[in-house]
Write a protein that binds this ligand. Structure first.
Ligand code: PLP
Length: 376
């Protein structure tokens, strides 16, 4: 047995779309990116979606969209991937780390309120594993405090929370198509909003400051447009090289079609895990998963003597992980060490178990059997 923790699910549909891009010989920022953006906006119910090369880039540009004065503060959970926190540093802002809710592991709303002060300008909720932060409650509070809200949706794909897609509750939503996520483009990300004015500079920022669809320029050139200024562009903003390309978008368009089926399978697998571990008293699920309601990128458990179990599972060919070491335990953020006491201790009990769209029920049975054997 050799069971991977995560695994992308790609095949002939993705290859056919890539072939199509090869045949038109346009593989950079082009029409496929445009099409993927439109389909993604429709899928999540946003007015505007912009394709990027990662969610890390999306989070960077999301924070920069508001041009906050240097030195202001941004609230975010300690329990997240590095990219949520580095987006704050890239923008010369100060992170304020929030502890986790002991039950759901999303941001603890009481700690959030307690850590707020008048220098705070934004809050970045992370729907950890895909479990929603209570966005109705968060938005009400954030609006009261005049905070901008940037949702990190790297672990979800527009699942509905109280009738509205996650990623569209806040001012901006950011999604990841990295290979371990719910759907992939190899690497890739998307930034969305229902207030397009907020992202008015983002298309320029993703492409070294040039706000011009270069594939459209090329098209008008070859179709004998006599406009002598066809070569012209202006740089008005500081940009980066963050664009998605047509090869990634080719994969993404195929993945988006498969997404409902992949998500349904992940949900069924999580239900199978939950039923299987229910009678093992030493194991509790990481959080109150509701796989029939939400979409989860990860599944995990909490146990004591975590490392021994991880080593046992490894010896049986079962890959595991820990998501995450909280940011306030990382050397880069040592200045904030101790500021999120609950999660800084509790994460030592977390184990992430294999979950992907091609994991079989037999493999899950094998994993559950070895969890059971370890404790018997
Ligand atoms: C993966 C991840 C990111 C970064 O996504 P990339 O597309 O790899 O840049 C950001 N936030 C969270 C919570 C993630 O899990």
């Amino acid at each position: 047995m050799n069971i991977r923790l995560f695994r992308p699910s790609v095949g002939k549909e993705e290859l056919e779309n890539i072939q199509d891009s090869f045949e038109r010989s346009w593989i950079g920022l082009g029409p496929k990116v445009n099409q993927f953006e439109k389909e993604w906006a429709d899928f999540v119910g946003a007015e505007l979606a912009i394709g990027l090369n990662s969610a890390t880039a999306a989070l960077h540009l999301a924070v920069s969209a508001f041009a906050f004065p240097e030195g202001k503060k941004v609230l975010l959970p300690s329990l997240t991937f590095a990219a949520t926190a580095t987006a704050v540093l890239y923008n010369r802002l100060i992170p304020v780390f929030v502890d986790s809710d002991p039950l759901t592991l999303g941001m603890d709303m009481n700690d959030l309120r307690a850590k707020y002060d008048e220098d705070c300008v934004a809050v970045m909720p992370v729907h950890y594993t895909g479990h929603p932060v209570p966005m109705d409650e968060l938005m009400e509070w954030a609006n009261e405090k005049n905070l901008k809200v940037i949702e990190d949706c790297a672990h979800t794909t527009g699942a509905d929370y109280k009738g509205k897609s996650l990623g569209t509750w806040g001012h901006i939503g950011c999604y990841s198509f990295e290979e371990k996520k719910l759907m992939t483009t190899g690497d890739g990300g998307m930034i969305v909003t229902n207030e397009p004015e907020i992202l008015k500079n983002t298309k320029a920022q993703r492409w070294v400051g040039i706000d011009k669809d270069n594939w459209k320029t090329a098209q008008s050139y070859v179709s004998a447009n006599k406009d002598a200024m066809h070569w012209f562009y202006e740089i008005n903003v500081l940009g980066y090289k963050y664009n998605m390309n047509d090869l990634a978008a080719s994969i993404g368009l195929a993945q988006l079609k498969k997404l409902p089926a992949m998500n349904a399978h992940r949900s069924a697998i999580i239900r199978h895990y939950m039923d299987g571990i229910a009678d093992i008293p030493q194991i509790e699920p990481l959080l109150p998963f509701e796989p029939e309601q939400y979409v989860y990128q990860m599944f995990g458990i909490r146990v004591d003597a975590r490392d021994d179990l991880m080593i046992h599972l490894k010896s049986k060919g079962i890959a595991t992980g820990c998501h995450y070491t909280p940011m306030t335990c990382q050397p880069l953020f040592s200045e904030w060490a101790g500021s999120c006491a609950y999660i800084e201790e509790e994460y030592n009990r977390f184990i992430t178990l294999p979950l992907h769209a091609e994991l079989t029920f037999d493999e899950v049975d094998y994993i559950i059997e070895h969890l059971r054997l370890f404790y018997s």
